[in-house]
Design a protein around this ligand. Structure first.
Ligand code: SAM
Ligand code: SF4
Length: 335
């Protein structure tokens, strides 16, 4: 493998980059947002010029897939334009540009995103029951369903992601599967992870992969499929429809993790559960501002060394980390 690809001490090469473009969100999902969020100040956000430079640098070093996330990425002004800019990186190795969204504003942006060259979306949908959806997110389900329709209309491929919480929306397993199956929409269940804003997560809130399978087995014949390079374990239902389960808690997939992520303020995280990130914004801003080619190259070598060392020290996995409460949660980290 080429030496230009970032890898960690356990031989995991980094091919996927998640970039959070904002920590702001119009939803208040109970497994994510704190009760009283403190938003990053606008002046502390990494601007799109520095973010583009970072993405270009990462693609030069082996990144093949970029996912734009947040907070709610469609709340950052200029994000469609940014997707268009990223197209230039395809010629140097970028293969896929994706976005994760709550879909509230998707009806407005689906066409533009498609035109800008976005490859696909992950759409979060945790319930089909309007009352339950409102309780879980503090927003109405209607715009989300319209957003899903808009994505279908413009031909933007998408998957639905559902985080299940015990006693909150675990009654939605069969309704969601039947709905997704009827519309031929790919669906993945995600185990609730200890990344909620107010650190209230408890083991007993998690609906485990095994529990999901037990519910599915009441209605379907299940067959496990060979796991490719995806974190989701795939199951075929009645030999006609596949669903995925991402079970970070009960069956972590850390052994194959090829991801790294950048927060909206320009801090690199080598793992969702990393105790500390690597702040890159000052250096990225300096590189953007530097007009002297030699000095710019020196700065680029510095950033390469810093990133390389930080990624190298990625921990073995979720279960090997001493999970201290951190100030950073999923809406800041970019799920
Ligand atoms: N706002 C967008 C959305 O909700 O799709 C993008 C950002 S959100 C942080 C990205 C993903 O993280 C969503 O699919 C969300 O369900 C998931 N997520 C947030 N908090 C989580 C948690 N504590 N455990 C598992 N998944 C979580
Ligand atoms: Fe917002 Fe996404 Fe977090 Fe829900 S999961 S609060 S939509 S960032």
């Amino acid at each position: 493998m080429s030496p230009a690809i970032f890898s960690d001490q356990y031989g995991r090469y980094k091919r996927k980059l998640r970039i959070s473009v904002t920590d702001r969100c119009n939803f208040k999902c109970m497994y994510c947002m704190p009760e009283h969020p403190e938003w990053i100040k606008k002046k502390d956000l990494l601007d799109f010029e520095a973010l583009y430079l970072f993405c270009e640098f990462m693609v030069q070093n082996g990144i093949q897939k970029i996912r734009i996330t947040g907070g709610e990425p469609l709340m950052r002004q200029g994000v469609v334009h940014f997707v268009r800019d990223l197209q230039k990186l395809r010629s140097i190795g970028l293969k896929r540009i994706s976005m994760t969204t709550n879909a509230h504003y998707l009806a407005k942006y689906a066409y533009d995103l498609k035109q800008a060259g976005l490859d696909d979306l992950n759409i979060s949908l945790d319930s089909l029951d309007a009352q339950q959806f409102l309780k879980l997110t503090k927003k109405s389900i209607e715009p989300v369903l319209q957003g899903i329709q808009a994505a279908q209309l413009v031909g933007l491929p998408f998957k639905i992601n559902t985080v299940l919480m015990k006693g909150k929306n675990d009654d939605q397993i069969l309704p969601l599967v039947n709905w997704a199956k009827a519309h031929s929409i790919p669906l993945r269940f995600i185990e609730f992870m200890p990344l909620d804003g107010d650190a209230l997560w408890h083991n007993h809130d998690v609906v485990t992969e095994q529990e999901i399978l037990s519910v599915l087995a009441t209605q379907f014949d299940l067959r496990e499929l060979k796991q490719e390079h995806e974190p989701a374990r795939l199951y075929r239902l009645n030999d006609e429809y596949d669903i995925g389960i991402i079970s970070t808690i009960s069956h972590s997939f850390c052994g194959e993790c090829d991801r790294i992520r950048l927060t909206a303020q320009g801090e690199l995280y080598n793992c969702l559960f990393a105790p500390q990130g690597l702040m890159l914004k000052p250096l990225l801003d300096q590189i953007v501002a530097e007009k002297n080619t030699d000095l710019r190259q020196t700065l680029q070598r510095t950033i390469h060394e810093k990133i390389s060392a930080y990624i190298w020290h990625k921990a073995k996995g979720f279960h090997s980390l001493n999970k201290q409460p951190r100030k950073i949660s999923m809406h800041t980290l970019g799920g």
